[in-house]
Design a protein around this ligand. Structure first.
Ligand code: AMP
Ligand code: ZN
Ligand code: FE
Ligand code: FE
Length: 282
């Protein structure tokens, strides 16, 4: 294990662990650099940074993961070293989270139409203070015994082509890149192979200020990684990587620290943050 995992979720969005427990777990498995990248929220960052002070050998990078849409797919933009106290950023993210709530409620209605009755209050309870998302609905479906494991929530009902799927508020990848840059963050394209043509997306985002792509990711093949390394090289981008750990069941999730992300990925990101005089050491 290289000691680097730059893509983790906490219960500030749809992860299971609190930011503090996540940081403790990361330290426990011997990680040295991690990033907390919750969906559409930076609310867990302060707690993660505070906890990290207990562990001399662990650095936590503030991050956020913003979901955006293109024709036929989703592009997720990570924002490393984001100024998590930036008021404009916080307002914008709060708007997204509000729209997530209405959207989740619609999915619950659609599920009811399919005969799968969930209590909306229970779904909200599962999400707690976190940015509400499909994994919370999946958890509610599991509790009711409608599905054998979390995975089937997506393959049967709320995956992108599923009968109970509802889209989020629309945003373009370029808008997300711009939003990250405005909040003093480093925009990186997450898991590029979730779209059909990552090259076209990167070609559009690089001129808009994208600084990196996530080349080392759950289930990436050597061939995919090599393709992304070449793409990064072509556009002079940093490569990053992470597990996208959510703290869910093992069948659905990749354990944190289990993706081989080279230390140079973290070093390059940190060096660029220093070069741009972003606030690095908090
Ligand atoms: P949302 O942001 O509400 O659209 O939900 C997206 C999240 O759902 C992702 O970050 C994953 O945590 C989870 N997810 C999406 N698709 C799947 C899938 N096929 N299997 C398991 N989890 C998934
Ligand atoms: Zn998630
Ligand atoms: Fe993602
Ligand atoms: Fe993620």
């Amino acid at each position: 294990m290289s000691g680097v995992d730059l893509h983790l979720h906490s219960n500030a969005s749809d992860g299971r662990l609190s930011p503090s427990d996540l940081v403790k777990k990361a330290a426990g498995v011997g990680l040295h650099v991690i990033a907390l990248a919750d969906h559409d929220t930076v609310n867990g960052v302060q707690e993660a940074l505070d906890t990290a002070r207990q562990f001399e050998s662990l650095q936590v990078i503030p991050c956020v993961e913003i979901s955006t849409d293109i024709e036929g797919g989703e592009v997720h933009i990570l924002g490393y070293f984001i100024d998590y106290k930036n008021p404009d950023l916080k307002t914008k993210l709060a708007e997204f989270r509000d729209s997530r709530e209405g959207r989740a409620e619609k999915m619950v209605s659609k599920l009811a139409g399919l005969g799968l009755k969930l209590e909306w209050e229970r779904v909200k309870q599962i999400a707690g203070d976190g940015s509400i998302g499909r994994p919370h609905i999946a958890q509610a479906l599991l509790e009711k015994g409608y599905i054998p494991s979390l995975r089937e929530a997506f393959s049967w009902y709320i995956g992108q082509d599923g009968p109970a799927f509802v889209e989020r508020q629309k945003m373009t990848p370029v808008e997300a890149v711009t939003m990250v840059l405005k909040a003093s963050g480093l925009p990186v394209m997450a898991h590029p192979f979730t779209v059909n043509d990552p090259e076209a997306v990167v070609a559009e985002l690089a001129p808009a200020g994208l600084v990196g792509i996530e080349a080392y990711y759950t289930n990436s093949s050597a061939e995919q990684i090599n393709k992304l390394l070449r793409l990064a090289n072509k556009h002079k981008l940093i490569v990053t990587g992470g597990s996208d750990y959510h703290g869910l069941d093992d069948g659905t999730d990749t354990p944190l620290g289990t993706i081989d992300v080279p230390m140079s990925a973290a070093e390059n990101l940190i060096a660029l943050a220093r070069e741009r005089k972003l606030v690095c050491d908090r």
